[in-house]
Design a protein. Sequence first.
Length: 192
Amino acid sequence: MEKDSLKQDIDPHSGEVLYWLDVTACFDADPRATAPSMKTPQSHRQIPVSDSFAELYLQYVGEIRQSDGLHPYLLTARGGARLSAESLTMMFERLFRALLESAQAAFYERCGKDQLSPHDLRHTCATARYSVFLEKDRDRELALQRMRAFFGWSIKSHMPEHYARPAIQNDLMRSWNDLFEQRINVLRSIPR
C-alpha cells in the first residue's frame, strides 16, 4: 500500500466526509526478494475506514513515516527503505515475546500456535467483519458475500468460511440454542 492510499469524499446524502483505503498494486520495479503482489483481480479494492483511523493514518504519514525518497510505500524500515515481509514478521515475533506469559499461553490454547504473525490479523479481521455484516440483516449468505467483496476474494471463494470460522460457529451455536429453546417452550406449553 502506498502512503497516498487514503482517499476521501463527501457523502452527497449525509454531507459527512467518508474515508477509504485504495488497495491496489504498485507498478514500480520492486527490488525486495519477497515483493508484495495482488493475487486476484478482486484483490484490488476500496476499504472503508473510520474518521479516527484516517486521522491516525495521516498523523503517521505526516509525522512518523520515514522516507528515503525512492518509493511511495506506506510502511518503511528505519531510514525510510522499503519494509520487507521478513522485517514485519520479525516485528510481530518481538511483539509476541513482549506479551505476558499468560497472554502467550492463552494464544497458544486458542490458536495452537506459539507465535503471532501478520497473517493472524486477517483471521481476526474476518471474524469481526462477519459479525458486523451479519448484524445488519441476519442473512448469512449476504454476510459471506460482503466479506468476499471486502477482502477481495472471488464470488465463489470459500475463504470467508475459513477465516471467520470462530464467528460462524458462534452464530450457528446461537441459532441452534434459540431453536432448541423454541422447541422446549412448545413442549412446555402442552397441557398435562
